[in-house]
Design a protein around this ligand. Structure first.
Ligand SMILES: [Zn+2]
Length: 417
């Protein structure tokens, strides 16, 4: 290695967050390059293969924590597409690198493998004209297939990038693991080593850099419990839970910033003729404003404490109910400033391809990156869809190649110093 090269590498490595220059018009500048135009054209002509892969991957079950079956064909495809150092890490993330002319800027492009559908769900995808129907067809089989399309298209046109891209099909975006798949990458193997992070998630042409923070708890109410007739006169954990739910249901939250709450599940008790010894509820709270989320969490805690107090007071403290909180998941709210290079570059490539600018808040893998100070953003992966997280999910294939094109142009843009 020559001294000047070592010095250059040192300089690049010493600046972990590489600030991008000229992001505001990078879309147009990239499209002026014949190789990139060829890649854009290849994304359009190669879309049939992307759609076929989207269907194929979607029929393989991948519930959160059990993504390994869907990981196998993705890994095989990473290898077939010539990515370097293709591997599956300790928790199941599929990783492959496409080296650029330099190691930095180092861009991570990730699509989540997992779905909200348990094993045993019928995952058959039905085609009706331009419509694909099946659980997970948009979220996130579209992101996965379009990511593979990005790699294939860049290869077809022999696109060389200034920086290096690591492609990841990650685990644990859905479910109760605090976005554990991407967290494992960015806090572990890739700690301090990623300059920009992009997640491809779901269908559409929008993008989000206002990540919604979430906080989820399981709240358990417990007491001695006993016979409903002979022990009558003691506090009832089930009643305390009901009071808590009513209190939560009455909470007022701002609509700007959008702040939401929901008790999604509840349960407990052993029989109708017993005072339950235990009852529980699970509550989900969200906001893209950290302060509003903190206020909401405090209000929910107060609502529960008030409910327990009221139940215990009702029975003069006999068989007092206790409450226990267990965190089920939390993602901090994050946001990139609209003036940040990654947001400007996304707007620029979107406009350069003649697409509309559609911005929306959401909770995605980018939350993790943002919380670690890495410029990050999540893009839709093309087409259109509805019914995400339901058995009736649909994907409209019309012009879906535009999503593949946009993702490719953005990831190339992000590799520029
Ligand atoms: Zn998703």
């Amino acid at each position: 290695m020559t001294t000047s090269l070592s010095l250059l590498l040192l300089l690049l490595i010493a600046r972990p967050a590489v600030a991008q220059k000229g992001a505001a018009d990078i879309g147009e500048r990239l499209l002026a390059d014949a190789t990139i135009r060829a890649a854009i054209e290849a994304a359009r002509t190669g879309e049939a293969q992307v759609l076929a892969e989207q269907v194929r991957l979607c029929e393989i079950p991948a519930p959160t924590f059990h993504e390994e079956r869907r990981a196998v064909p993705v890994k095989a495809e990473f290898e077939a597409l010539g990515l370097r150092n293709v591997r599956i890490d300790a928790i199941g993330n599929v990783i492959g690198e496409r080296p650029g002319r330099s190691a930095r800027p180092h861009v991570m492009l990730a699509s989540h493998l997992d779905t909200v559908f348990p094993d045993g769900t019928d995952l058959t995808v039905k085609r009706e004209g331009a419509l694909l129907k099946g659980p997970g067809i948009g979220d996130n089989c579209r992101g996965l297939a379009a990511m593979l399309g990005v790699i294939r298209t860049m290869n077809a046109a022999k696109v060389e990038t200034p920086g290096t891209i690591t492609f990841v099909a990650n685990v644990r975006e859905e479910g109760q693991d605090n976005l554990g798949g991407v967290r494992h990458l960015l806090e572990g193997e890739f700690k301090g080593g990623v300059d920009r992070f992009i997640s491809m998630d779901g269908s559409g042409i929008g993008y989000t850099y206002l990540d919604v923070g979430t906080q989820r708890y399981r709240v358990t109410f417990s007491g001695p419990g006993r016979h409903s007739y002979y022990a009558f006169g003691i506090a009832n954990p089930m009643h305390a839970m009901g009071r808590a739910m009513a209190n939560i249901g009455d909470l007022q939250v701002p609509s700007h910033p959008r702040t939401t709450f929901s008790v999604g599940r509840s349960g407990g008790g052993t029989s109708v003729n017993s005072i339950a010894f235990e009852a529980w509820l699970e509550v989900d709270m969200r906001s893209h404003d950290p302060a509003a989320l903190t206020v909401l969490i405090a209000a929910v805690k107060k609502a529960v404490a008030g409910a327990v107090e009221a139940e215990n007071a009702r029975w003069d403290g006999k068989g007092a109910v206790k409450v226990e909180w267990k965190e089920l998941g939390a993602a901090p709210p994050g946001a990139m400033p609209p003036t940040s290079p990654i947001v400007q570059a996304t707007a620029s490539v979107t406009k350069a391809l003649g697409l509309r600018i559609v911005e929306f808040p959401s909770t995605t893998d980018s939350n993790v990156a943002m919380s670690l100070g890495i410029p990050a953003l999540t893009i839709d992966s093309g087409g259109d869809g509805s019914g995400g997280h339901s058995l009736n999910e649909t994907f409209v294939t019309t012009d879906s190649w535009k999503g593949t094109q946009r993702a490719m142009l953005l990831v190339i843009a992000m590799t520029h110093p």
